[in-house]
Design a binder for this molecule. Sequence first.
Ligand SMILES: [Zn+2]
Length: 372
Amino acid sequence: MSTLPELSFPAINADWHAHATKRFAGPFVGVNFDRVDVDPVILPYAAIQSGFGLKEFYQNPRLGMASVCWTNEMHDLLSVGHWFYSNVWMRELGCTLKYTDTLPPIVDGARPIQKPEDVDKLVPVDVSGIEKGPTFTELTSGYDFMKNGPLAGFFVPIHWGFCPTAMSAEMVGVDKFMLWTIKQPKLCHKIMDTIVDTSANAAIAIAKRYGFAMMVIGGVLANSDLLSPAKVKEYGVDYHIKLVKKAFKGGAGPQLWYHLCGNHSRDLALWKDLIMSPFTVMHVGYKGKESYPIKEIKEMWGNRATIMSNVDTKLMYRGHPKEVYEVSKQMILDGKDSPRGFVHGCACEVPAYTPSANIYAMVKAAREWGKY
Ligand SMILES: [Zn+2]
């Protein structure tokens, strides 16, 4: 198969895209249209469905983004194309990324911080450093293609600073970082400041080039399985606020998507002070091992943000369409009247090898129970 996206996919159906655009805009303009939108957070799933692998998906952003758009039409999902991975802006800070056939890019080899003295030498990457770096160059090759090519209608310039806590931990090695949160908190904060300032500068660089930058931020490591509630606040919430403040001040935003990944059973209330623009999506994964109840998320944020639901990703991968349909139906009934809109989704990115029948089960439930 050619790796030129223009040659890999036929043109998108313009009528479908116009309809999906109106539906997608619904929650943000306050006029719900057609039905609840479905966003299973399609990433390498799109590559597998389109006949190529994970490595190509991440190494060739143009092809990756085009496959997401095509899969969105195939399953009647979003009118916008998302493409991202967690270990972003890390190469600029001295990490090496490894691309494999089974995982998103992973940080590989010796970490830039080996000993406490290395932390003193850390300096955030400024906007011009970001613009010259490998991540921005790669990302803009995809974004420029999206903006100026046949998929322009799908284009949203996205900045993601996926979990500042997890990115900071990768600078040192996760185990060592967790230990340092107890023994060397000052060092951890210096690393986190560097990560957050670098990430904010990246958001500013994207906004500078494209006029705005939707921000995707995840609390992945900052959750109840790995940190105490007090540490989730100290190493998660406070840095999310800092990142958004700095990025917005530099011209990024106004769209925000908060993805609180994993188990937030003990810490969810601590995230209530997150900065919210009028275009904010709030997405929480789990309460213990169960999907976080939509009614509770709606109660907490429904008046300030669009709520996104959270079908267990293990169910998506291993469950049957009937189970996915029933779970989806309940979530849609619980969430569809949320004051600032509702999107039906998975608890995290849908696994790459999820049966397509389970995506269809989500969409079928939205068509049958999520009508406006
Ligand atoms: Zn996640």
